[in-house]
Design a protein around this ligand. Structure first.
Ligand SMILES: [Zn+2]
Ligand SMILES: [Zn+2]
Length: 211
């Protein structure tokens, strides 16, 4: 039976020397592929933020997304909601907080990265009775069916949906639900902004024309 050792990887990302097998507190950040892992306990993989933080290669775009959410929301709360009253401030704050929480969960949680293990190099490609595993020749890990290599993040991700620059990294099996929650809360927040702005324009005292 062919083993992984018989296959020469075409590209080494260096992730095998960077990733920790099991992180302990306090743990230094480490890199897997082009993703930085900021962990707070043992085994940061398969956890969600804030228990762990995965920062993808497009992190400047992720910061831009945070700015595009928070900056207009700040002026909306200060100008529109404050003029309408406490109920508008609470409604605008809750909808904005829901957007930020869901975005953070989508952008900072583990998308389903398959961490390399030393055992992978010795395991057979198709263990008897188990799922048919295949070797990723880019990051040198054994991956189950459905896992796809992301060439931006340079890691293999379980049930990869797409690489999202706005979240800075991949959307996969473990953060897809948070990504959908982000889209839903964002649409709701935009609806709240439009509705309250229309009400504000309708009820605000009109400025008499200057003579
Ligand atoms: Zn891979
Ligand atoms: Zn990716």
């Amino acid at each position: 039976m062919a083993s992984v050792q018989d296959i020469t990887p075409v590209e080494k990302t260096g992730s095998q020397t960077c990733v920790h097998e099991g992180c302990v507190i306090p743990c230094c950040p480490h890199r897997i592929g082009r993703t930085y892992v900021w962990c707070w306990g043992k085994n940061p993989y398969h956890k969600i933020a804030p228990l762990t933080f995965f920062t993808g290669p497009d992190w400047p775009c992720m910061l831009l997304t945070y700015t595009l959410i928070t900056l207009p929301t700040y002026f909306f709360l200060v100008d529109v909601c404050t003029a309408l009253g406490l109920w508008a401030i609470i409604l605008g704050s809750v909808s904005a907080a829901a957007v930020l929480v869901s975005f953070t969960l989508a952008a900072c949680s583990d998308p389903g990265i398959i961490p390399p293990r030393a055992a992978d190099l010795e395991a057979p490609i198709a263990p008897p009775g188990g799922p048919r595993m295949s070797l990723c020749t880019h990051c040198n890990v054994l991956r189950p069916p459905g896992a796809i290599h992301c060439h931006d993040c340079k890691v293999c991700v379980l049930e990869l949906d797409h690489h999202c620059p706005w979240t800075g990294k991949c959307i996969g099996k473990r953060n897809l639900k948070f990504f959908y929650a982000f889209l839903c809360t964002l649409c709701t927040h935009l609806g709240v902004v439009v509705l309250l702005t229309v009400i504000w324009l309708a009820v605000r005292p009109s400025v008499p024309p200057q003579t």
